[in-house]
Design a protein around this ligand. Structure first.
Ligand code: FAD
Length: 164
């Protein structure tokens, strides 16, 4: 299918900026097709690597059940939300991703994703501590890989004007 274009293309961010936002931030909202056809939007930590997003979670739950019946998902990261009351607006910047989610099945892939998450969220801890943590939690953790098919970034018109 063809993903739709942004109506206000002047506010669209280039790919490199979208990637920088994904790399810099620490949480986003994963939207899946949840129980009873309701969208389920759940906040998650993540790591962005090689065009994919990786999430770690327990081996059961609403989001996993949802992804098992429909692999299509969307993920939104909010980079900036600066309220400007005198203008009744917000200077925002965000990225939205669409893609297909799958569980990483091979132990090496799980370990690599946990390692990348560990480096991102605990950069000052020792390599030994991270290895211990992966050893301890690896078996009860599952890794979701979201392969990105479409990614857009958008910022408030006022920010776009500053950058042009
Ligand atoms: C900033 C942030 C980062 C997080 N990072 C991670 C992460 O990396 N990995 C991870 O596994 N979890 C993370 N969480 C927790 C995550 O949001 C979910 O609570 C968790 O993943 C369980 O999801 P589930 O669908 O399996 O939960 P279930 O317990 O199966 O969900 C059942 C119901 O509980 C409610 N529910 C579940 N989670 C939440 C929530 N966060 N807020 C309000 N209601 C909720 C919903 O109504 C849902 O339908 C994070 C939360 C925050 C806020």
């Amino acid at each position: 299918m063809e993903f739709r274009k942004m109506r206000r293309s002047r506010q669209e961010l280039p790919k490199e900026e979208c990637e920088a936002i994904l790399q810099k931030n620490t949480a986003g909202i994963l939207a899946v097709l949840g129980d009873g056809g309701y969208p389920y939007a759940v906040p998650l930590s993540y790591v962005y690597q090689d065009g994919s997003l990786y999430f770690h979670c327990a081996k059961a739950g609403h989001k996993l059940d949802a992804l098992q019946s429909c692999a299509k998902a969307s993920f939104c990261v909010l980079d900036q939300d600066e309220i400007v009351p005198e203008k009744y607006t917000t200077y925002f910047r965000s990225v939205i991703v669409f893609g297909q989610a799958a569980l990483v099945e091979n132990p090496e892939g799980v370990r690599a994703a946990l390692h990348a998450l560990g480096i991102k969220y605990a950069p000052n801890e020792s390599a030994e501590r991270l290895e211990n943590e992966i050893e301890k939690s690896g078996a009860r953790t599952c890794i979701i890989k979201l392969t990105i098919e479409h990614m857009t970034g958008k910022e408030a018109m006022e920010l776009a004007k500053q950058h042009s």
